[in-house]
Write a protein that binds this ligand. Structure first.
Ligand SMILES: *[C@@H]1O[C@H](CO)[C@@H](O)[C@H](O)[C@H]1NC(C)=O
Ligand SMILES: *[C@@H]1O[C@H](CO)[C@@H](O)[C@H](O)[C@H]1NC(C)=O
Ligand SMILES: *[C@@H]1O[C@H](CO)[C@@H](O)[C@H](O)[C@H]1NC(C)=O
Ligand SMILES: *[C@@H]1O[C@H](CO)[C@@H](O)[C@H](O)[C@H]1NC(C)=O
Ligand SMILES: *[C@@H]1O[C@H](CO)[C@@H](O)[C@H](O)[C@H]1NC(C)=O
Ligand SMILES: *[C@@H]1O[C@H](CO)[C@@H](O)[C@H](O)[C@H]1NC(C)=O
Ligand SMILES: *[C@@H]1O[C@H](CO)[C@@H](O)[C@H](O)[C@H]1NC(C)=O
Ligand SMILES: *[C@@H]1O[C@H](CO)[C@@H](O)[C@H](O)[C@H]1NC(C)=O
Ligand SMILES: *[C@@H]1O[C@H](CO)[C@@H](O)[C@H](O)[C@H]1NC(C)=O
Length: 353
């Protein structure tokens, strides 16, 4: 039995060496899995290919099939370099597309990433590198790490074949409040002027709930009135949080799966932008689309309650007695656990003798 196992492990190691050393494969986390991307939608990885991650070239060709060409800097720095499997033609020239993605793992089921290429006119302004040949294969050919990417441009990718609510993370401190809000549409029309428009990120610190009873305008583009915190970054005075809407269906018009919330340090001003954070989105101004039209909603908040690190510190100093009781109980629980483990070990030993 032991010999079979050893042989199996040995063969596995050889196979691994033969097939992954030299040949370029996707990171283990990505292989043979389905993900949902905030901009690209459904994407699928095999051991070597990424499908569904699309952009439209300037001549309208959709490029959405990619093969991995470099992964050496993934483990240490999060970089993957990919090449398109199809080409597009423009002015009698044939173009291959390349993209350099810089990933950061957020949870076991979610990543955030940046596209580390300059905006390319032939790719409709997307951060894609185009080249007339398919012979770019090295990290330095495809990735230019000197490029400065605005931090707001982060994308997120959540894994689909897992319990989806494992992608929830603690919302940033600026959001850990109970708010009453005033709501402005993209053309700055005010509604929800009465009180009782509840935005609650206190009850569960990984998600927000909205109560539409007083004002029925959708928040975070969610019909259900719920949004989960996925990832967030701080840029200057604003915190940008990508949230996920668990509605059964979204129409990508009035409701969206992902929303970027920018909120000010004092938590008063906030904006919500569908799908992604705009470079020009701040807590007090909306991003514009390609036609120059403002996109999203704007909010002014009244804070009803707070949690987060500041509030937690207060709680800690307040109830010394409760903490003392807590510690005593914990010590007792640990002692009992150890006792139980000792007894079980002794019993197991006896049975095996
Ligand atoms: C993505 O996949 C889901 C099924 O997992 C499907 O319901 C949805 O329509 C797909 N979205 C797009 C844009 O293809
Ligand atoms: C493309 O090639 C054709 C035939 O070689 C030529 O007539 C045409 O002017 C070319 N177009 C451009 C935009 O270069
Ligand atoms: C790709 O091929 C072209 C033409 O053969 C050559 O000039 C160029 O140096 C090659 N580039 C790389 C990175 O190998
Ligand atoms: C890649 O991501 C890391 C972590 O998010 C970041 O520190 C680094 O600046 C990024 N590189 C580029 C070129 O944007
Ligand atoms: C990399 O990007 C920097 C900053 O945009 C630029 O100055 C440099 O020429 C680029 N390098 C290459 C090889 O394209
Ligand atoms: C929403 O608010 C109304 C009015 O204050 C209240 O009756 C209702 O229970 C609330 N709904 C939820 C789901 O909390
Ligand atoms: C919100 O209420 C208004 C006025 O009652 C109604 O016309 C509108 O259809 C409602 N919108 C939604 C999304 O329920
Ligand atoms: C988007 O929603 C608006 C308002 O509900 C509606 O008038 C418009 O027709 C919708 N657009 C599409 C493309 O469904
Ligand atoms: C952001 O604002 C700057 C300055 O107003 C403008 O030049 C740029 O085009 C805007 N970018 C986007 C993506 O809207």
């Amino acid at each position: 039995m032991l010999k079979t196992v050893t042989l199996y492990v040995f063969i596995q190691a050889i196979l691994q060496f033969v097939f992954t050393d030299g040949a370029c494969t996707m990171p283990k986390d990505f292989q043979n899995s389905d993900w949902l991307d905030n901009i690209r939608g459904n994407i699928t990885f095999t051991t070597w290919k990424m499908s569904g991650w699309g952009f439209k070239s300037v001549v309208g060709t959709v490029i959405d099939e990619w093969e991995i060409v470099d992964n050496v800097n993934f483990e240490s720095k999060g970089y993957l370099a990919l090449r398109s499997l199809t080409t597009f033609k423009e002015q009698n020239k044939t173009w291959y597309s390349y993209v350099c993605l810089n990933f950061t793992k957020v949870t076991d089921f979610s990543y955030m990433y940046y596209q580390v290429n300059e905006p390319e006119p032939l790719a409709g302004g997307d951060r894609i590198k185009v080249f007339e040949r398919d012979n770019l294969t090295s990290f330095t050919d495809i990735c230019n790490t000197s490029i400065v990417i605005p931090q707001q441009e982060f994308s997120v990718m959540v894994r689909k074949d897992n319990e989806i609510d494992k992608i929830r993370t603690r919302c940033p401190d600026q959001l850990l409040r109970k708010f009453d809000y005033r709501y402005y549409t993209s053309d700055h029309t005010l509604s929800c002027t009465q009180t009782g428009n509840l935005w609650d990120v206190c009850t569960d610190k990984t998600m927000m709930k909205f109560n539409y009873t007083a004002c029925n305008k959708t928040m975070a583009f969610s019909n259900k009135g719920e949004a989960w915190c996925i990832a967030s970054i701080r840029v200057n005075a604003d915190t940008y949080t990508m949230v996920y809407n668990p509605d059964d269906v979204v129409d990508d018009n009035n409701t969206f799966r992902f929303t970027c919330i920018a909120i000010a340090v004092d938590s008063i001003e906030a904006t919500m932008s569908p799908q992604f954070c705009g470079v020009n989105q701040t807590s007090y101004s909306l991003r514009t689309d390609t036609t120059g039209k403002k996109v999203g909603i704007q909010l002014t908040n009244r804070i009803l309650a707070s949690t987060g690190s500041a509030a937690q510190k207060e709680e800690q100093t307040v109830d010394v007695k409760a903490i003392a009781i807590g510690v005593t109980v914990s010590v007792a629980v640990i002692a009992i656990t150890i006792a139980v483990i000792v007894v079980v070990i002794k019993k197991t030993r006896r049975t095996f003798r």
